[in-house]
Design a protein around this ligand. Structure first.
Ligand code: OGA
Ligand code: NI
Length: 352
């Protein structure tokens, strides 16, 4: 069956009616997933058990954070305190949202990257040349009462479940930020204190099955612009992390979250903890849902390398980045197509 795909806004509504990937999704040969180059062996990134964080072994766990953040920038966490039920309800309502009829979903469609609640597709349809096999609903969620009335009201439990999930993940993030701050040798509230009023965004990513997954990406390689990302994913693999010149597949473990550092962590830590390249591939038989929480400074917060990290015992390590407001950074991020080069480079202090 050949249906016209040109009138469709969302890839979900194209995916089920094509047996080939439309040309607008096809990447150049040098820019494809190339499965033979990917390490799929499993147990690839550290798994930190948060159970002990508040007990006598805290120092040991903080040490694990330091190692995970400085050598991987990507780790998994278990015993994280977000109730299993909350996670399950969030995943179910996300799936229900994307399974609604097109007419219901497209009510939320917008290509305006400044909108605080919107459904869109690919990454930035206004700036990119090749599309990605992904739809996503983006939500701002801090403070919840400022945004909840913009969120979808269907499924009917969407707002309640998403609010409960966002609140629970925020509590987890605050614990992670204390641990990360300590692991950098800073006061535990230091990282949190640099974020102004704090910001929290979520994405519900929906990757439909793709007839030719080797020609396109769900999301191509990118670094997250925010401070720290806490990713919930369903049981379908797709996430890959770039480490030591190689892509590594991260296979989902039930009831864990994936945590990764974003650009703001790299700036605040003056390159001690790097923002890390990652991507999502699609597959031909299963839809995949992932739900990242992007924790970030508020837009008016001024971000820059922390003073204490600029001095070490042997030598001064000068600030690599100038200070900026997160609003300035965020605008720059969305202005470009999602690119492998991070926009962090344009905030570097030039050496000459
Ligand atoms: C993202 C992202 C990965 C995934 O949304 O920024 O990296 O597995 N998602 O969906
Ligand atoms: Ni990402």
């Amino acid at each position: 069956m050949q249906t016209s795909t040109t009138s469709k806004l969302l890839v979900s509504d194209i995916a089920s009616s094509v047996d080939r990937v439309p040309s607008s999704y096809i990447r150049q040969i040098s820019d494809r997933p190339n499965i033979s180059d990917v390490d799929i062996s499993g147990d690839s990134i550290p798994l930190i058990d948060l159970q002990e964080l508040h007990g006598p072994s805290r120092a040991n766990i903080i040490h694990q954070f330091a190692h995970a953040c400085s050598s991987y920038s990507f780790f998994q966490i278990k015993n994280h305190g977000v109730p299993e039920k909350t996670i399950e309800r969030m995943m179910t309502v996300a799936r229900e949202f994307f399974h609604q009829p097109e007419s219901e979903r497209v009510k939320h469609y917008s290509a305006d990257t400044k909108k605080t609640t919107r459904l869109s597709t690919s990454f930035n349809v206004g700036s990119e040349k090749v599309s990605n096999w992904r739809d996503f609903l983006r939500l701002h969620c801090l403070p919840i009462e400022d945004f909840i009335n913009e969120w979808p009201s269907h499924p009917v439990s969407f707002r309640e479940i998403t609010a409960e999930y966002a609140t629970s993940v925020r509590a987890l993030v605050l614990i992670l930020l204390e641990a990360i701050s300590e692991s950098l040798g800073l006061e535990k509230d230091r990282v949190s204190n640099t974020l102004g009023k704090h910001g929290q965004h979520m994405a519900l990513n929906y990757y439909p099955p793709c007839p030719q997954p080797d020609l396109t990406f769900g999301l191509p390689g990118h670094k997250d612009p925010n401070l720290i990302t806490v990713l919930l994913q369903d049981e379908v693999s797709g996430l890959q992390v770039f480490k030591d010149g190689k892509w590594i597949a991260v296979h989902p473990i039930p009831n864990t979250f994936i945590v990764n550092m974003g650009d703001q962590m790299q700036v605040i830590s003056n390159d001690k903890y790097k923002s890390v390249l990652h991507r999502a591939v699609v597959n031909s038989d299963k839809e995949r849902i992932s739900i990242p929480t992007f924790y970030c400074p508020s837009f008016d917060a001024v971000v820059g390398p922390q003073q204490e990290l600029l001095i070490n015992e042997e030598e001064d390590s000068p600030a690599i980045y100038r200070s900026f407001t997160y609003g300035e950074y965020y605008e720059k991020f969305w202005d470009r197509a999602l690119a492998t080069e991070s926009c962090i480079d344009s905030f570097k202090i030039s050496k000459t």
